[in-house]
Design a binder for this molecule. Sequence first.
Ligand code: A3P
Length: 294
Amino acid sequence: ITPVLRDSNLYRYKGFCFFKEFMKPEFIESLQDFKIRDDDVFMITYPKSGTIWTQQILSLIYSEGYRNGTDQTETSERVPWIEFQVLSKDPNYDPNSRPSPRLFASHLSYRFVPQGLKNRKAKIIYVMRNPKDVIKSLYHFEAMAIYAETSPDFDHFFQKFLDGDVFAGSWFDHVRGWYTHKDYFNILFIKYEDMIMDLRSVVQQMCMFLGKELDNESLDIVVKRATFNEMKADPLANKENMAEDFFDLKTGKFMRKGTIGDWKNAMTVAQSETFDHIFQEKMGDLDLHFTWDI
Ligand code: A3P
């Protein structure tokens, strides 16, 4: 375990950054033995890449657009975390005893997920977003998340992100790790930008992967309930119910902008060029392309 220099709430462990307070190494290691069922579905992201959005979509797909008896349950509880168990509002939350098919969310790297996922029967949806927008989104999120240290300014945060001194560690390692180990898993890669540009097609793609056949009407409902404005107005989807414990809503909103290209409002030309250079160096050999702007 090596100390992370720029954020004292975090520690670095095997290339990943965890919260010191509630993610001890023994707990994290124990997740690898979590017993996987063949019909489990994991939704995995680097932070700020479309997590809550995909949680919403998944839970809607599985309940055909409705909440079917979970009307008072937050999206993030319907697709609960595997590693943030302490963040659950349910004091008895036990991922083991969830009824099948279980839907889980995770920010873990491929190294730390339950090893049973390598049976390639359980499914993983990995959502990624162009990293310049991830930087911008995370910069704002850091300011409102009570458990993350706030950077004094964007320049400071930019460097911190490049150094991987943020929760979940380096974006490059996370995406590269999952992408280059895809053959070990039954995994579907989705891009945030594709969701923005054609949500219906992406939902259809997810349904196909999940083996869920939705009729047109149910599909329409899923898409409608997963739009930015619907989610922003829905206290069960916008995380504002969790606010008092985890977020300072005076500083920002979880459902912030939901667009492509907002990085241009923060990054200088020089920073953008530096980023492009690093991106090319670290990811250029991969067949991975992002939409940076529309
Ligand atoms: P911005 O900060 O750029 O607005 P995560 O859930 O992984 O933390 O990601 C949060 C980001 O996803 C935020 O980005 C948020 O606005 C965006 N988001 C959440 N739901 C969305 C939706 N329905 N449509 C578009 N963007 C959405």
